[in-house]
Design a protein around this ligand. Structure first.
Ligand SMILES: N[C@@H](CCC(=O)N[C@@H](CS)C(=O)NCC(=O)O)C(=O)O
Length: 199
């Protein structure tokens, strides 16, 4: 059976868990207690030398990084629907995977780390600037669309969703972004949707 190593307060772990549920796949959840430093234990580092969650184990396949795992699950179990492979469509989805690791991480994800987990090394003013930028862009993008690409859900939506929806944990008010709020609500209506703390 698939095993997902993660932590319940990790949005990156959550996005993989959410996708497993949307795909209706069976899996075992293995908690890695980040607060106790379990991600730095020799046993865990042997599985993922980066010392991060999430990590997916599927038979002989061992895969770290939420975006990479979404790609794997989409192609292994989701058919064409979640990640189309023609050159342009693939690029359109990858663009959002890149955005989640870039602007979303630098903005709302870092603001959440600062306020919820006391990561004071983060420059909170810079995180707010980045958050405002990406939220404004997203709101504009979603003003003419139901989903991020192709008028159906893809792993682009799943990758971007958690840290945008969790922005209030970083003391970012989403009220000025009505199209983003409507998209968040649509995702919450997907069959198989599961929440996490803060959502
Ligand atoms: N690029 C990785 C980042 C994963 C990541 O930052 N995980 C956090 C939890 S959300 C973590 O494990 N932090 C512990 C650490 O880095 O020490 C991904 O997208 O999965």
């Amino acid at each position: 059976m698939i095993q997902l190593y993660g932590h319940e307060m990790s949005g990156n772990s959550y996005k993989v868990r959410l996708f497993l549920e949307l795909l209706n796949l069976e899996y075992e959840w293995v908690k890695v207690d980040l607060m106790k430093g379990e991600h730095q234990s020799p046993e865990y580092l042997a599985l993922n030398p980066f010392g991060q969650v999430p990590l997916l184990v599927d038979g002989d396949t061992k895969l770290a990084d939420a975006q990479a795992i979404l790609v794997y699950l989409a192609r292994q179990y989701g058919g064409e629907e979640w990640l189309p492979l023609d050159a342009l469509s693939l690029a359109q989805v990858v663009r959002w995977l890149s955005t989640t690791a870039g602007e979303v991480r630098q903005g709302p994800e870092n603001a959440r780390l600062y306020h919820l987990f006391g990561a004071t090394s983060i420059n909170i003013d810079r995180a707010y600037q980045k958050a405002e930028y990406i939220l404004t862009q997203l709101d504009k993008h979603l003003s003419t669309r139901t989903w991020l690409e192709f008028e159906r859900t893809t792993i682009a939506d799943i990758a971007i969703f958690p840290y945008i929806a969790l922005a209030p944990d970083g003391k970012i008010d989403l009220a000025s972004y009505p199209n983003v709020l409507a998209w968040i609500e649509r995702i919450k209506q997907l069959p198989g949707y599961i929440p996490m703390a803060g959502l």
